[in-house]
Design a protein around this ligand. Structure first.
Ligand code: CA
Length: 185
C-alpha cells in the first residue's frame, strides 16, 4: 500500500459512512395530487428511516422557487409512517384520512403545475432530503394521484412513478399492482 492509499482509505470509509447515514435518515415524497377534482392539491411523504423525524419548519419548493413551509410545531413523523401535506385544511377534511396519519397544512403552497414540475423536500437545516420530478402525464387524469412505485429508487426517475389506480390515492402503492398496467379511464 503506497502513501496515497493510506491517506485515501480512511477518507473512503468516512464517505461510505456519511453516504449510508444520509440514506437511512430519509423522508421521501411518495405521492402527489396535481389536479384534484374538487378539494385542493396534496402531497404524501414517508419516513423511510428507522428514526422518528421532527418536521419542524421543513419546506417544499418547486422548480420556480415557490415555497411552502410546514408549521414550526409540525410534529414528529414516526419511522415507517406517512404524512399528508395539504394546501388547506378543507382538503384534509375532504380526504378523510385515517386518524393516526399526520396531516399538515403548509404556510404557502408550491402549486403542483399540471404540465410538470420538480419538487424538493427541505429539512429545517435547508438540506434537500428528497427530490422528485414529473411531466404532464401526472396530471393527465383529473382526480388521480401520481405515485412513487419503488420507495428505494430515485424519485427523479420518471419510470419510478405511475398513476394510482384508486380514485383517492391514499398510499395504496397500487402503482405496483397489475391493475395499474390496465387502462384506468
Ligand atoms: Ca395543479
Amino acid at each position: 500500500m503506497n502513501k496515497h492509499s493510506i491517506i485515501l482509505l480512511p477518507v473512503s470509509i468516512l464517505a461510505t459512512f456519511l453516504f449510508s447515514a444520509a440514506l437511512t435518515a430519509s423522508v421521501i415524497i411518495t405521492e402527489i395530487m396535481p389536479d384534484p377534482e374538487s378539494s385542493g392539491e396534496w402531497i404524501e411523504i414517508y419516513n423511510y428511516s428507522p428514526e422518528d423525524i421532527d418536521l419542524d419548519s421543513w419546506s417544499l419548493i418547486d422548480r420556480a422557487g415557490n415555497r411552502g413551509y410546514l408549521p414550526q410545531n409540525a410534529g414528529i413523523l414516526n419511522s415507517n409512517s406517512f404524512a399528508i401535506l395539504a394546501k388547506d385544511s378543507l382538503t384534509i377534511i375532504e380526504l378523510a384520512i385515517r386518524p393516526n396519519t399526520l396531516t399538515l397544512v403548509l404556510d404557502g403552497w408550491a402549486s403542483l403545475n399540471n404540465d410538470g414540475d420538480e419538487l424538493a423536500l427541505l429539512s429545517q437545516h435547508e438540506e434537500t432530503v428528497d427530490k422528485m420530478s414529473y411531466g404532464a402525464e401526472a396530471a393527465s387524469v383529473k382526480g388521480r394521484t401520481w405515485e412513487r412505485i419503488d420507495f428505494e429508487k430515485n424519485g427523479q426517475d420518471a419510470a419510478n412513478w405511475g398513476r394510482c389506480a384508486a380514485s383517492r390515492g391514499s398510499h395504496c402503492r397500487c402503482a405496483k399492482q397489475p391493475l395499474c398496467s390496465q387502462p384506468i379511464e
